[in-house]
Design a binder for this molecule. Sequence first.
Ligand SMILES: [Zn+2]
Length: 106
Amino acid sequence: MPNECAAITTHCPKCSQTIEISQRWTAGGVNDYGGWVLECTNCSEKFAFDLGRDFNDSRVISGAFIRDSWDRELGEEAMVLERNGLKTALQPSGRSVAPAQTEGSR
Ligand SMILES: [Zn+2]
């Protein structure tokens, strides 16, 4: 089955610790687009990370714990950010954007 598995990294916005993520995408699969609320293992900073691809099959390899998650199609992002006291989600590129964005390209 032609699955994709990409190793991506992000950094804690507070202490810059490297966080390694194994991002999975399954061809023909459900691929629930969404993101996570991560907690840095070094400084305990909580921040939102917009994974973009399947947040159920992807996982954090090192650097952070997953504390919460949202499903973009269910429109959970703003609610999850709010209940964690967060305003914006980090993008994999490191950009920070407001949660009420348009549907991403597939
Ligand atoms: Zn940190």
